[in-house]
Design a protein around this ligand. Structure first.
Ligand code: PEP
Ligand code: MG
Length: 579
């Protein structure tokens, strides 16, 4: 009997295997202690913290060589959380003040922390709630000695069917500590595409579906399960017909991935001879390895705000220069587009450093607005960027520009800093290109007027769609309205590409839409010839480029642009993609 469940596919791949449920939240006993036992309980708690720390240390030292660098970072973050006073001193105070047993005190403190995290508007910080749970769960298991170990199921060595973990949530540390042999995928009830677990699953290429409600209640140990990590589908106890069709898909998928790898060295060129530049989006200097592995022609978007997050101090000019130089050098002469700080909204700046909590953060002091409002924050970055331009082909990209005035204020600042650098005898490229992201509808509508003032455009569809359709991209309640194919969005993209062409400046797209193979042909048809995409999807996009005829697509896309009906647009796009 097929039981179909759906969730959010966060890491693609089709896997069939059998369910292995991770033990659920341990049952916590709640006991009031006699005064003489309180200090003993404190020691028991401290010993569990120490053991949890050691456990994570062992996991960390066993990280396989060549694993993505963020793995160690995730584990380190959990170790820091374990050592933080919110989990040590605060819990000990509860044990002493309320004479609770350690498990109960930890549960009380966990509930308090989770309530605080859940009330945060920022989805990144909200997702840190999962880290709290993962760390607390580890300590609880150690406190309830023995029981947890008994609950943990181990793969049956005589059965080599792949295992699919099913859990309420899985911590990044657990993903790598579970023996890799035999564990092929996971399904969780919690989590979203922004969580660390999701990021890690993607970089480790472990297929996964998260947000599957009641997965633990509905899925049973050892039951056969199929998951499709791209579409977010989970099928339990599939009948022979379903199993066969998924296996076919799995084989096709594997063949397709092999084929994609062969495209690595191939030119990115359409069948009718149009060259298309395929560049990579990166978040941290270390991501450059992934970009180079797929032969990205450059970096089309380096989101520098990640240098500023998860730390107490701000990176100074020298630290920034070192990070930018590292990326430029690693790209060995290929162009690198570095975006100036896009803090605010879902990536808030700490209030200690001048961050504001606006009533509506996405419409507030964000990105270029924040930088122009706080020159002490912006100047060191511009100095570092200009200095980095001496080391290779750098382009400076400004986020969230809505008017010519904002652009001119930045250009004036750059002029001032160039004079300062001349006085300081520091090198820079005086002709470093300065371009803007087109991600506010106003900029797209005025793109024809803005184009003569900039060196390039890069379309940021993530925000362009959010602002055009008035849908907060971080709000789960309205996410379903987020539609890259909305006629208004398509008109704005078309307008921007045409304005860039008319002015003779390059137009790239670096929003998620550029990396979604479902839109590659549409964008080619609209005349886009520079894509900046996550390294994981670059070869897929290249495959579509090499199998397309751009002049034919241009004709078909004119029909799409003339339609106001979403159903009709979807239908025409499907035809385009099938050809
Ligand atoms: C965008 O808005 O499309 C974009 C690339 O920037 P970010 O996702 O960082 O806002
Ligand atoms: Mg943006």
């Amino acid at each position: 009997m097929n039981l179909h469940l759906s969730g959010i596919g966060i890491s693609r791949g089709i896997v069939s295997g059998r369910v292995m449920r991770l033990s659920d939240w341990p049952q916590v006993s709640e006991r009031r202690l006699p005064p003489r036992r309180v200090e003993g309980e404190v020691s028991r708690y401290l010993a569990a913290l120490q053991r949890a720390d050691e456990e994570l240390g062992t996991i960390r030292s066993g990280i396989p060589a060549g694993s993505p660098p963020e793995i160690a970072g995730f584990i380190e973050a959990h170790q820091l959380m374990l050592r933080d006073s919110t989990l040590s001193t605060a819990v000990i105070e509860i044990i002493r003040a309320r004479r609770c047993n350690a498990e109960w005190a930890l549960k009380l403190q966990r509930d308090e922390l989770v309530t605080a995290f859940e009330s945060m508007d920022n989805p990144y910080l909200r997702s840190r709630r999962d880290d709290v749970d993962q760390v607390v769960m580890r300590v609880q298991r150690l406190l309830i000695e023995g029981a947890t170990r008994k609950n943990r199921q181990k793969p049956d060595d005589n059965d080599d069917t792949p295992l699919i973990l099913v859990a309420e949530d899985i911590s990044p540390a657990d993903i790598i500590s579970i023996p890799r042999r035999g564990v092929a995928a996971f399904v969780t009830e919690m989590g979203g595409p922004l969580s660390h677990t999701a990021i890690l699953a993607r970089s480790l290429r472990i297929p996964a579906v998260v947000g599957v409600h009641h997965a633990r209640r509905l899925l049973h140990n050892r039951e056969t399960l199929i998951i499709d990590g791209k579409r977010g589908t989970v099928v339990a106890s599939p009948d022979e017909k379903t199993l066969k069709s998924f296996r076919r898909l799995e084989r096709e998928d594997r063949r397709h991935q092999q084929h994609l790898r062969q495209l690595k060295g191939a030119p990115s060129c359409t069948r009718d001879g149009c060259n298309v530049s395929l560049q990579a989006n990166i978040e941290l200097p270390d991501d450059i390895g992934a970009a180079r592995r797929v032969n990205a022609e450059g970096v089309g978007l380096y989101r520098t705000e990640f240098l500023y997050l998860n730390r107490e101090d701000l990176p100074d000019e020298e630290e920034q220069l070192a990070a930018y130089r590292k990326v430029i050098r690693a790209m060995k002469g290929a162009p690198v587009t570095i975006r100036t700080l896009d803090l605010g909204a879902d990536k808030p700046l700490d209030p200690e450093h001048g961050g504001h909590i606006s009533p509506n953060p996405a419409l507030g002091l964000r990105a270029i607005r924040l930088c122009l409002n706080q020159p002490t924050l912006f100047r060191p970055q511009l100095r570092a960027l200009l200095r980095a331009s001496a080391y290779g082909p750098l382009r400076i990209m400004l986020p969230m520009i809505a008017s010519l005035e904002e652009l001119q204020r930045v250009q004036a600042l750059i002029g001032e800093i160039q004079t300062e650098l001349d006085e300081d005898g520091l090198r820079y490229d005086p002709d470093v290109p300065v371009g803007i992201m087109i991600e506010v509808p106003a900029a797209a509508l005025a793109s024809r007027l803005l184009a003569p003032h900039v060196d390039f455009f890069s379309i940021g569809t993530n925000d362009l769609i959010q602002y055009t359709l008035a849908i907060d991209r971080a709000d789960e309640e309205v996410n379903y309205l987020y539609d890259p194919l909305h006629p208004a969005v398509l008109q704005l993209i078309d307008m921007t590409i045409s304005a860039g062409k008319r002015a003779g400046i390059p137009v790239s797209m670096c929003g998620e839409m550029a990396g979604d193979p479902g839109y590659t042909r549409l964008l080619l048809g609209l005349g886009l010839n520079e894509f900046s995409v996550p390294p994981t999807t670059l070869l897929e996009v290249k495959h579509l480029i090499t199998t397309s005829d751009s002049s034919e697509l241009a004709r078909q896309c004119q029909r799409i642009l003339r339609s106001a009906s979403p159903a009709r647009i979807n239908h025409m796009l499907a035809e385009l993609n099938q050809a």
